[in-house]
Design a protein around this ligand. Structure first.
Ligand SMILES: Cc1cc2nc3c(=O)[nH]c(=O)nc-3n(C[C@H](O)[C@H](O)[C@H](O)COP(=O)(O)O)c2cc1C
Length: 398
């Protein structure tokens, strides 16, 4: 073979090799990508053991009181910490705060924890009627057990399955965009006020004008920035942000990508790419708060009580919130709590520093006899939302 021919053959072999290598890399990376997509649950939204509690087929539970608990654990709760424990007998259920699952610096006065427990009480009560019980609720039944926030005694009665009960497995926090051209009718807001009238010392007020929404929205964004700048609060919040599919399926708690109200593409990219740093998480949160949550709120609701430190009033506020959210679910309203302002107000109180956010909260509520302890936005969502993980009934029984 001449030198010229040898060079030509060399070139062809090199080109073939490079082509093959390229193809090989493509096949391997495609296989790797596909593996990662399955491994990280891109095609399994709402599936797996962590999501089984949403399938409310109660037949599998041995006793009816346990069926009530399986409804209670689907309630709204702060950062999906699920801070509850249940003591169950054939004729009663006691609900306890699980202090080991508190949010630390993020909820220093345990305001959110007790609101979350109230949400579980609301589901317990609706479920009791639906399972043929007459429930008798007592708050703080035992002064020696401060963690026991409620006891419900159950006697047999007629079944009463309310529309609110039916909404329990459909209710999810909606963090996506809402339709900015569609206001929530005043009659709908009045209906919601009437819905919670029987909750003693609890009130809901609405902020729907552009000026009011701008003011509250700006304060929520400012409070989000303050939380991010506070290392302790930010670390506590990030601790509950779960990205890894295996962790989600095993731990069955926390805030997930699927619950962010984003498109399939964005959620998939978030799952496929390496986990985000705390800094990127914070920026994602701030940007969604600014560009989606506050920018597309049709109206804000503020739930107030007479005494913000009273755990029973907090629990009653939680019952009100859960009921409002269930009703919203039935009428196609998206809802999302946005409590950064309250979280910062509590932090200021705990650290005994100047109450900038605390005072802003007082100004929003306007009437010094009412203390605003919970803010949410509502509106008509543009996209669907997805469930958050839940621990099993067995995990929460004492
Ligand atoms: C007291 C309390 C405060 C909450 N604060 C916020 C909040 O500031 N931002 C938010 O997106 N969700 C908030 N949530 C909603 C929870 O994160 C949500 O209920 C939890 O992750 C479970 O998800 P699910 O409601 O879809 O079942 C709050 C809920 C409660 C009860």
């Amino acid at each position: 073979m001449s030198a010229k021919e040898k060079k030509a053959l060399d070139n062809i072999t090199r080109r073939t090799f490079i082509k093959k290598l390229g193809g090989g890399i493509l096949v391997v990376s495609f296989a790797g990508l596909t593996w990662r997509m399955f491994d990280q649950g891109v095609f399994s939204t709402g599936e797996g053991p962590a999501y089984e509690p949403w399938d409310t087929d109660k037949e599998i539970l041995e006793s009816k009181p346990l069926a009530l608990v399986s409804d209670a654990i689907l309630a709204s709760n702060p950062h999906n910490t699920q801070p509850w424990l249940f003591k169950v007998t054939d004729s009663s259920i006691e609900l306890y705060a699980d202090e080991s699952r508190n949010l630390g610096a993020f909820d220093p006065l345990r305001r959110e924890m007790f609101i979350g427990l109230g949400c579980a009480i609301e589901n317990l009560m609706l479920s009791a009627y639906a399972h043929g019980y007459e429930p008798k609720l007592r708050y703080k039944p035992n002064s020696l057990e401060p963690a026991c926030i409620a006891r419900i005694d159950l006697t047999q009665s007629e079944k009463d399955t309310s529309p609110l009960y039916k909404a329990i497995p459909q209710r999810h926090t909606h963090r996506g965009e809402y339709n900015t051209d569609r206001l929530v009718p005043k009659t709908t807001l009045r209906d919601i006020e009437n819905l919670i009238k029987d909750e003693k010392k609890v009130n809901v007020s609405w902020f729907s004008s552009s000026k009011e929404k701008q003011n509250i929205g700006d304060l929520i964004v400012e409070a989000t920035e303050a939380i991010i700048a506070d290392e302790e609060m930010s670390a506590e919040s990030n601790k509950w942000f779960k990205e890894n599919w295996k962790d989600i399926q095993e731990e069955r708690d926390g805030i997930t990508l699927d619950a962010q109200g984003s498109s399939f593409f964005i959620r998939s990219m978030g799952k496929i790419l390496p986990p985000m740093s705390h800094e990127s998480n914070n920026q994602f949160w701030l940007s969604s708060t600014e560009k989606v949550h506050t920018a597309t709120a049709a109206t804000y609701g503020v739930i107030s009580v007479r005494d913000a430190n009273d755990n029973v009033q907090r629990a009653r506020a939680g019952r009100a919130w859960q009921r409002i959210h269930l009703h919203g679910t039935n009428i196609g309203l998206g809802m999302q709590p946005l409590n950064q302002l309250n979280e910062m107000a509590d932090r200021e109180k705990k650290l005994r520093i100047k109450e900038h956010f605390g005072n802003a909260m007082k100004e929003i509520t306007g009437d010094s006899a009412w203390k605003g302890i919970f803010i949410f936005r509502c509106g008509y969502p543009l996209k669907e939302t997805h469930p958050s993980p839940r621990r099993s009934v067995d995990d929460v029984i004492l």
